[in-house]
Design a protein around this ligand. Structure first.
Ligand code: COS
Length: 384
């Protein structure tokens, strides 16, 4: 049976996230976009509200939210400020491999502390020469006795400079390609871990992005996630699960842009009439509303599949790709509706356009999402 209604609890959760976004995030979004400061106070409140640990299971002290709940929250928080949303959700991304593949001991040891005090985690997969081609990692993990020694570096790491814990993907058997990759839990204080300068980004400026370096970092065997050689699977399963929330963020960013556009179009008078009365503007608004709704339905469907324990790789990729493309198209059109004002930093819409761009790039570029979707839709091809 198809049912799009939300439960009382889901409506309450959505309302709470919306209130937080409107009260704490949106009024401060421009300030953190323009400066270099980290929104520490807002993150403390986000921690107290339970957003940062919302996907950690209840038995380990987290919110234990289902994927549809996370999708609802993600849309609201990203509607408030995409950069702050990214800080919150990058921790969830790093928790996910531990939630999916960690032992009970690993979960107790590494997840529970995040539910007691505010701190952040980072997912370390990307390298300078291994972005979309995630299996070609150069970072190595050499087994010596009961330890692994990690050497290499990871780039564009969200939360990298503020994280207390990293989930690091490294090659423990370079001969075996994807099957040689292993995943490790690396506490920040481990000797040999260091971080580079903060990246100066086009958007999501409230979030922290750095390079993370590992130099002879000794990690005990008990910090290995799953089994040696299963790291690529750990990464892929994690991304299958988390990508839909990037789609939610796209819906949130696009929705905010549309709200600004409607307000503006109703009050901006040209040729003696509000510009909302011109079909060029009205039809653009109709198109945006349609696409936002379609994107939200893709996100909800993929989250629903995950909650049912059904395969969702293709749907999650669709939700991410379409949701972020909608955010990009919508924000570009909204800047156009605002005309010259839209291009000025005094107005909020150019930030949304800059923020939308990253949603098409991170957690797998939209080209990779199309690759994942097309491989599944087309299936095996017999070569002549
Ligand atoms: N779930 C389970 N297993 C998967 C999987 C998935 N979603 N995707 C791939 N695999 C498995 C394959 O079945 C294959 O297993 P076998 O060796 O047993 O046959 C193995 O992993 C290698 O897969 P594949 O041959 O498809 O690997 P490719 O090198 O062609 O790359 C893509 C696959 C492109 C999908 C992967 O590299 C990718 O997702 N890249 C983007 C990475 C990314 O999102 N980076 C963003 C940074 S993280 S924020």
């Amino acid at each position: 049976m198809i049912d799009f209604s939300l439960t009382e609890e889901q409506l309450a959760l959505q309302a709470m996230a919306r209130e937080f976004a409107l009260k704490e995030m949106r009024p401060n979004a421009s300030r953190y976009d323009k400066g270099d400061a980290f929104p520490e106070e807002i993150m403390k409140k986000a921690f107290e509200a339970g957003f940062i640990t919302c996907n950690i299971p209840e038995e380990y002290g987290g919110g234990g939210l289902k994927e549809l709940d996370v999708a609802l929250i993600s849309e609201e928080l990203a509607a408030g400020c995409a950069g702050m949303f990214t800080t919150i959700m990058a921790s969830s991304l790093a928790f996910t491999p531990i939630i999916l593949f960690g032992t009970d001991e690993q979960k107790k040891k590494f997840l529970v502390p995040f539910t007691k005090n505010m701190s952040f985690a980072a997912f370390c997969l990307t390298e300078r020469e291994a972005g979309s081609d995630a299996a070609s990692l150069k970072t190595t993990a050499k087994k010596v006795g009961e330890e692994y020694i990690i050497n290499g570096s990871k780039c564009f790491i969200t939360n990298g400079g503020i994280a207390s814990l990293y989930v690091v993907f490294a090659n423990s058997d370079p001969e075996r390609g994807p099957r040689g990759v292993s995943a490790f839990i690396v506490p920040r204080e481990t000797p040999g871990v260091s971080v580079g300068k903060e990246e100066d980004k086009m958007g999501h400026r409230a979030s922290n992005t750095v390079e993370v370096f590992f130099e002879d970092v000794k990690i005990p065997q008990e910090n290995l996630l799953a089994k040696e050689g299963m790291g690529f699977l750990v990464a892929m399963k994690t991304l299958d699960k988390t990508r839909a929330s990037v789609g939610s963020a796209g819906v949130g960013v696009a929705r905010t842009a549309l709200e600004y556009a409607i307000d503006y179009a109703k009050t901006r008078v040209q040729f003696g009439k509000p510009i909302a009365t011109f079909q060029n503007t009205a039809f653009k608004i109709a198109q945006m509303a349609m696409e936002i709704n379609a994107a939200r339905h893709l996100v909800w469907h993929s989250a629903w599949l995950m909650d049912q324990g059904k395969p969702c790789g293709k749907e999650s990729a669709m939700a991410k790709c379409f949701g972020s493309d909608v955010a990009m198209r919508t924000t570009v059109d909204v800047v156009q509706i605002f005309g010259g004002y839209g291009y000025m930093k005094d107005y909020p819409v150019e930030k949304l356009m800059r923020d939308a761009k990253l949603l098409q790039i991170y957690e797998g570029t939209n080209e990779i999402q199309r690759l994942v979707i097309s491989r599944e839709v087309i299936g095996p091809i017999k070569q002549a």
